[in-house]
Design a protein around this ligand. Structure first.
Ligand code: 9WN
Length: 440
């Protein structure tokens, strides 16, 4: 029997496991994604984690978001890592000594990275509030609202490098899907050599199999891109002139649009005007369709701003716009076809989980991070889209597959896309949190 159709006993066991994982990763005012691999606070992890915490520890859900936004930069950017000063130096690479955010006037006093991640926080705040509409929650929402608005303003004004109404990412880490095949073409143009990594000590490969992680050449390029941005003072003006990596990502921009939809609802609760948020949401969806939709395939593809070309790799990033409630029916239908194709295999009865990359592609790698393995946050987002567009059977198929993965392997970071074996960190925050959300 699969966990998706399991009895109350199995579901209770899963709930306990997820809660124990979140409690084990709680660190005074935030949840670490993993005690070993990622011992600080990560931006989009905190949003997913808050969505799960809302079901079991609502007060912590608000603290999670609040602590992240306390590290928000003066220009509105929400950093992708907030470093815990109590953690030993070298617990994660690259650490504060590499980021050196003090070069930027807008950086906060606490140590952070200078990059961002997909802005799923307004959606998280809305979902947490929906679970916990107490007066304390309303007050927490009221405190977050202006910060969420500032985050959107940063992304829509300073990051619209392409000038078409979408936000550009300046590093693959900003996509959240670091070594996705989507970034192979834009990364190939970044000058770096794997040998550079001899000068550094990677921390990740001490805790995870190197064959499952990005390569040394990937890391050398990651560092070269950070160095270019840092040496530019983490400023966003003039990026089009020479920054080595500039891409409009469908997932990142779907999150940007979803955030405006969520902000419209939050504004209505707080007695503010939801109108401008609705207008901005509509403009983002329109820009996504106009700029990132490939009519030849019916899918959404990243746009490499350095070449002006859409990236051809069919990755799970391209399914994310399905979560937009105002996506036109033609694109919704095409994305459902893509999700259900042999590439991604979504059905009402899934025998294998959703992969992060086209499983029919010759360079599909079932073990390497975002180049094939299954991740619960992607399944959660696609399921969210299927529910939004009234495909309950497919959404139920994804839900069952999420439950099965954790029932068999535990709260792993990611999973083998054929066997479901657990990979990466064995006690991963968003896996536990999003499991709690789909169990509710
Ligand atoms: C770099 C924390 C983060 C996630 C990302 C995931 C991974 C970091 C890394 O871990 O990235 O930001 O060191 O590999 O790709 O999505 O937020 O869980």
């Amino acid at each position: 029997m699969s966990a998706g159709t399991a009895g109350a006993g199995t579901l209770t066991r899963l709930r306990r496991l997820a809660l124990a994982t979140l409690d084990g990763n709680w660190e005074h005012d935030h949840t670490v994604p993993s005690r070993t691999l990622y011992p600080h606070q990560w931006s989009w992890d905190s949003a997913f984690i808050a969505i799960g915490l809302a079901h079991v520890r609502p007060e912590r859900a608000w603290r999670e978001l609040d602590s992240l936004f306390r590290a928000q930069w003066a220009d509105g950017r929400v950093p992708h890592i907030v470093f815990n000063p109590a953690m030993r130096v070298g617990a994660y690479f690259p650490g504060p000594d590499f980021w050196r955010t003090e070069v930027a006037a807008a950086a906060p006093a606490v140590a952070t990275s200078g990059l961002v991640q997909p802005p799923v926080h307004a959606l998280a705040a809305w979902l947490v509030h929906r679970r916990d509409p107490s007066p304390a929650a309303r007050a927490a929402l009221g405190r977050l609202y202006p910060r969420l608005v500032a985050q959107q303003r940063y992304l829509t004004e300073r990051r619209d490098v392409g000038g078409g109404g979408l936000a550009a990412i300046v590093h693959p880490w900003e996509s959240g899907l670091d070594n996705s095949p989507a970034w192979d073409a834009p990364m190939a143009a970044v000058r770096a050599e794997a040998a550079v990594m001899r000068a550094y000590r990677r921390h990740d490969t001490a805790h995870a199999d190197a064959a499952h992680r990005p390569t040394d050449l990937d890391y050398a390029r990651y560092l070269a891109i950070v160095a270019a941005y840092r040496d530019h003072g983490y400023r966003d003006d003039g990026l089009a002139g020479g920054h080595p990596f500039l891409v409009e990502c469908p997932l990142f921009n779907a999150a940007l649009g979803l955030a405006e939809h969520a902000l419209a609802r939050i504004a209505a609760v707080l007695g503010a005007d939801p109108g401008p948020h609705r207008e901005r949401a509509a403009r983002i969806t329109e820009a996504l369709v106009w700029r990132l939709h490939d009519p030849a395939t019916g899918t959404f593809q990243p746009l490499d701003l350095r070449t002006g070309r859409l990236v051809p790799a069919r990755t799970v990033l391209g399914l994310a716009p399905l979560a937009l409630p105002d996506l036109p029916a033609r694109q919704v239908d095409a994305l459902v076809v893509e999700a259900c194709s042999a590439r991604f295999g979504v059905t009402g009865r899934m025998d294998r989980p959703l992969p992060s990359y086209d499983r029919t592609a010759p360079d599909f790698e079932p073990l390497r991070y975002w180049r094939g393995p299954s991740w619960l946050n992607m399944a959660w987002l696609v399921r969210h889209g299927l529910l939004t567009h009234d495909r309950p059977e497919l959404a139920a198929g994804l839900r069952r597959s999420m439950l099965d993965l954790v029932a068999r392997a535990g709260c792993h970071e990611y999973f083998h896309p054929d066997t479901g074996a657990g990979l990466g960190s064995p006690a991963f925050g968003w896996t536990a949190a999003l499991l709690l959300d789909v169990l509710a």
